[in-house]
Design a protein around this ligand. Structure first.
Ligand SMILES: Cc1cc2nc3c(=O)[nH]c(=O)nc-3n(C[C@H](O)[C@H](O)[C@H](O)COP(=O)(O)O)c2cc1C
Length: 321
């Protein structure tokens, strides 16, 4: 999710679930080709499985960017056909491409020729006046014809003019049934449903109809829900990791980041919601928001936040001795 997630966030989420597929925020093909690749694409070995999401509409550029991404170890290349922001429309990226299924198909074909990992598409159920079920079917048929086997479908249309990107994630109504019917009509394709899923109970209900679900905001804002994913959906028998264990494990990642000159807040901004719904959630969040942003902030800030959230946690007791 642009402006929200990054590799530190994925490391944190990976400490909560070993199995769920993680996605990068969208990177445009020109940025991948011409930008600082190390900064944009470097991923930690523990992030896998992780998909790189690309934005663009030039088949050659997308193919090149996909190849570069695979060189960095990404396990899947995903094309964004769902983002409605103006900046993105100007370059003909994102949701406006739903009006051009043949072009999306050409992009998928070009990428598939150059990469050996799955090439997938994330789209909406429609855009603007082009929002009939038949048009969604035609879009999927055309892109599947180019070899895309996995579609992640956000269950809302996007209004490209008149609504902000934020409104486009909230205002158009969710239509899950349309995605369920897409799966019925194309049982051979892997259909992943996205949009408005608040918790794992809701996820499970959708999984009776589709092959997978994608969580965006809920995973970011209430990340601890990810801790139950492996047992519930992947048959894991490992005990559910505790919040404190996650923070402890994150500390070695943070130490490395600080050693390389990084700032504490680059990592801990993603953990603010870890105690969501717990008695000391607000104090935990407040402590980190206030102190992690300070120049030179170190691991002691996170240790103190953990002590605030879980005063009797043994690591704190040991640290205090
Ligand atoms: C801040 C923010 C940034 C987002 N950036 C992206 C993005 O880069 N690529 C993408 O496919 N979707 C992006 N989205 C959309 C989400 O992936 C998702 O489709 C949408 O929020 C609906 O799912 P949710 O209700 O589970 O959040 C973004 C959403 C938010 C809130």
């Amino acid at each position: 999710m642009m402006d929200w997630t990054d590799r530190h966030c994925r490391v944190f989420h990976r400490l909560l679930t070993r199995k769920a597929l993680l996605y990068t925020e969208m990177l445009t093909a020109p940025a991948v080709i011409h930008g600082d690749r190390q900064r944009l694409l470097a991923c930690d070995a523990m992030e896998h499985p992780v998909a790189l999401q690309l934005g663009g509409s030039d088949p050659n550029a997308l193919a090149e960017a996909g190849e570069i991404g695979v060189g960095f170890g990404y396990d899947e290349i995903n094309l964004n056909v769902g983002c409605p922001s103006d900046r993105v429309q100007e370059g003909r990226f994102g949701a406006c491409l739903m009006a051009e299924p043949e072009l999306v198909a050409a992009c998928v074909s070009a990428m598939k020729e150059r990469v050996a990992v799955p090439v997938t598409v994330k789209c909406r159920i429609g855009i603007d006046e082009q929002d009939s079920e038949a048009e969604l079917q035609r879009f999927v048929e055309t892109v599947a014809g180019a070899g895309c086997r996995i579609f992640i479908v956000h269950a809302r249309k996007a209004w490209l003019e008149g609504l902000s990107p934020k409104q486009n994630r909230e205002v158009p109504p969710l239509d899950y049934a349309r995605i369920y019917r897409l799966k019925v009509s194309r049982p051979d394709l892997t259909i992943i449903l996205n949009g408005g899923i608040a918790d794992l109970d809701e996820a499970e209900q959708h999984l009776a109809h589709v092959d997978g679900v994608m969580l965006g905001r809920a995973a970011y804002q209430t990340p601890y829900l990810l801790a139950d994913v492996d047992r519930r959906f992947f048959g894991s028998e490992e005990p559910v990791v505790s919040r404190a264990e996650v923070l402890e494990a994150l500390m070695s990642h943070i130490a490395g980041h600080l050693d390389r000159g990084g700032r504490l807040n680059n990592v801990v901004r993603h953990v603010l919601g870890l105690y969501h719904g717990q008695p000391r959630a607000r104090a935990f969040r407040r402590h980190l928001s206030e102190y992690a942003v300070k120049e030179g902030a170190g691991l002691d800030v996170l240790l103190e936040a953990l002590r605030i959230a879980e005063p009797s946690h043994r690591m704190i007791a040991a640290a205090a001795e």
